[in-house]
Design a protein around this ligand. Structure first.
Ligand code: PHE
Length: 448
């Protein structure tokens, strides 16, 4: 067997894992969920849940991955040897792989829209405007073309492997993402109307707290840290035994929630700046426009009203969105590709081509039945499956895998783990609290 690839450094892992976590979920999902859940109270709840619920679950995935040095299916099958049935591990693993692939199938469609708006801004910068309608209006041809381009980019990175693909591109793109984000924030905050947005975003009104708010925050925390579907597990499996997992997991959680927070400093004030420019920002029911209309109508009209600088701001914004989407989508595709290369004799480029094409076909089926399938696939994967898988992964670490084996797996890279605060709390946490919290979330959302 060829030796298994690894991230070449700690930074490489952090860039890749943060790249996976930081995606459309942060820059679009988090600010809009904040807006539609009444502002700052949501931000506070989200932060509490990100550290108290999502971080422990992330640790479960990283520990399983680094210990097993394999994809989610093989990893769970191996752990099941302790106190369970291997077929159960295989089944849960396959469920994770299917969900990761389906998330990619809708995510790539949305990412394609970002690329089409990005292309429009490039055309506008060079003065070609006759295609603007095609770039910005919903049509099969437009959706198909940019979906294909985005899938090709994702497949290109994954076909190159762990260091030359995932690590290299994450390390190149993440700093650029950060610079774009900061530049856009500085620009938007100097515009008229921004301070009103900041108030909505930063001053909590705890009367807004509701079960729905808490559930939305939990779902958001889960999606945002890419949990449940084996992405963090496989990235953990490419980590060296020398690394301190609880620390790296904390850095990734901190970076992910930090960027979500910072993205809110851009999007929410931008909505209010758009209002200054005459755009309607509230729906008929009085809540802030939050869905696709926000990104594809409110913000573009804002960019247009900014005069000649607007095309450049639009370019920076959609480039930011496209980069965020790409570093996340590669982590989704890595899940089925790693399974295939590790369990069959197929080489990585071929596995990437076949699996990427299959997911592309699923995306096309979704596009052709957009009304019926798009929302359905999103709900099936992110609302139902990610929490279920989250519970199952906690059960694997808390109940099926032997405690001594878990300890040994964490100990590598963190010698004094037994005396740490982490080891006092975390095992009990993944055993009881995490599954129960997620279960409560899940039951509520089923009821709702
Ligand atoms: N975390 C990514 C985002 O915030 C989405 C994602 C979900 C990535 C599941 C991988 C797996 O956009």
């Amino acid at each position: 067997m060829a030796s298994r690839e690894q991230f070449s450094s700690k930074t490489g892992f952090i860039m890749a894992a943060a790249g996976s976590a930081i995606g459309l979920g942060n820059i679009w999902g988090f600010p809009t969920q904040t807006a539609s859940n009444g502002g700052a109270a949501f931000v506070v709840v989200y932060f509490i849940l990100a550290y108290c619920m999502a971080y422990p679950a992330l640790m479960a995935e990283l520990v399983i991955g680094r210990h097993s040095k394999s994809n989610i299916v093989t990893a769970l099958k191996g752990i099941s040897g302790d106190r369970g049935a291997p077929w159960f591990g295989v089944l849960v693993g396959i469920y994770g792989v299917v969900v990761a692939s389906l998330i990619l199938s809708f995510y790539a469609i949305v990412a394609g829209w970002m690329l089409s708006y990005l292309s429009e801004s490039v055309f506008n910068i060079v003065g070609i405007t006759q295609y603007n309608a095609w770039f910005t209006e919903f049509s099969f041809s437009r959706n198909f073309v940019f979906l294909a381009v985005f899938m090709a980019l994702t497949m290109f990175v994954i076909s190159r492997g762990v260091t030359a693909g995932i690590e290299r591109w994450s390390t190149r793109l993440m700093p650029l993402l950060f610079i774009l984000l900061v530049a856009l924030i500085i620009y938007v905050l100097t515009q008229k109307g921004a301070s009103e947005g900041l108030k909505v975003y930063l001053l909590p009104d705890f009367n807004q707290l509701s079960p729905k708010l808490i559930l939305d925050a939990m779902g958001q925390a889960f999606f945002s840290l890419s949990l449940g579907v084996g992405t963090m597990l496989i990235y953990g499996s490419y980590l060296s035994e020398k690394e301190n997992l609880p620390k790296l997991g904390a850095i990734v959680t901190f970076t992910d929630s930090g960027i979500a927070f910072v993205a809110g400093l851009l999007i929410i004030p931008a909505i209010f700046v758009a209002q200054e420019h005459g755009t309607t920002i509230f729906t008929e029911t009085g809540s802030l426009i939050a869905g696709p209309d926000l990104i594809f109508q409110v913000l573009p009209t804002l960019f247009e009203s900014m005069g000649s600088v607007g095309v450049f701001v639009a370019f920076a914004f959609f480039l930011l969105m496209s980069i965020a989407a790409l570093t996340s989508s590669i982590s989704m595709l890595e899940v089925p590709v790693s399974l295939t290369t590790e369990e069959t004799s197929m080489k990585r480029p071929m596995a990437t081509l076949i699996i990427g094409s299959a997911i592309f076909v699923i995306s096309i089926i979704i596009l052709l039945n957009f009304g019926a399938l798009f929302g359905l696939v999103i709900d099936f994967t992110t609302v139902y499956s990610q929490p279920v898988l989250g519970i199952l992964l906690c059960v694997f670490v808390g109940w099926i895998w032997h405690r001594n084996h878990v300890l040994k797996a964490i100990k590598s890279g963190m010698n004094d783990v037994e005396n740490s605060f982490f080891w006092k709390i975390w095992p009990m946490y993944v055993r009881f609290i995490c599954p129960l919290l997620i279960l409560a979330n899940f039951v509520q959302s089923l009821r709702g």
